[in-house]
Design a protein around this ligand. Structure first.
Ligand code: ITT
Length: 197
């Protein structure tokens, strides 16, 4: 069977790695924009994860005849009024290392009790098919912000995002464990089901 080509509209290498881990490698060929020879800067000026995913996918859909998939995702922390939310990658400075961003968030939550530390990762994925049709899916994982960074796996806010199931951060899970429960895992499995209909 011919593999379906998916060009992932992202500049984030960790997302590409997780896309490749999650989507059945026998059915899909996951191609980065770079590998597809597409270099486009996209201004993410939408007001929701879904809008931003659509903006990213649309910006490169006319530059390839493959399926284009974009992911817009982020961390929503209830005690911070939903921050960093859709600004997750820009929050506290685009170039600030995540070790620093995570430490600042922990300090901001210093006096917040465990029951008010709820948070979730959200992932919106928009795929644009070669015939112009669009598929939009979303996945969420509920958790809480821990009291200290934990684990070396994953990326971004994973060291401070803890899940009840393991009483540990998503950075301390194996890739298989994270992908089985993550926002991106859920969204990509929903996309896979829709693509194979
Ligand atoms: P592209 O827009 O090029 O895809 P980006 O990293 O800027 O790359 P987003 O605008 O969607 O992507 O920002 C998502 C940010 O949310 C990401 O940089 C992380 O800080 C955070 N994030 C999303 N998913 C995450 C995950 O699984 N684990 C940890 N942090 C995550």
């Amino acid at each position: 069977m011919n593999k379906q080509k998916l060009v992932v509209a992202t500049g984030n290498a960790d997302k590409i790695r997780e896309f490749t881990e999650i989507l059945d490698a026998e059915s899909y060929e996951i191609i980065s924009m770079q590998k597809a020879g597409i270099y486009t800067e996209v201004e993410e000026n939408g007001s929701t994860f879904e809008e931003n995913a659509r903006i990213k996918a649309s910006a490169i859909a006319d530059k390839t005849d493959a399926i284009v998939v974009a992911d817009d995702s982020g961390l929503v922390i209830d005690a911070l009024g939903g921050e960093p939310g859709i600004y997750s990658s820009r929050y506290l400075g685009e170039d600030t290392p995540y070790s620093v961003k995570n430490q600042i968030i922990l300090e901001r939550l210093l006096d917040v009790p465990r029951e008010e530390r709820s948070a979730r990762f959200i992932c919106a994925i928009v795929a644009i098919l070669p015939d112009g049709r669009e598929i939009s899916v979303q996945g969420t994982i509920e958790g809480y912000i821990g009291y200290e960074p934990m684990g070396e796996n994953g990326f971004g806010y994973d060291p401070i995002f803890y899940v009840e199931e393991y009483n540990a951060s998503t950075a301390s899970l194996t890739p298989e464990q994270k992908n089985a429960i993550s926002h991106r895992g859920k969204a990509l499995r929903a996309l896979r089901d829709r693509l194979s209909l």
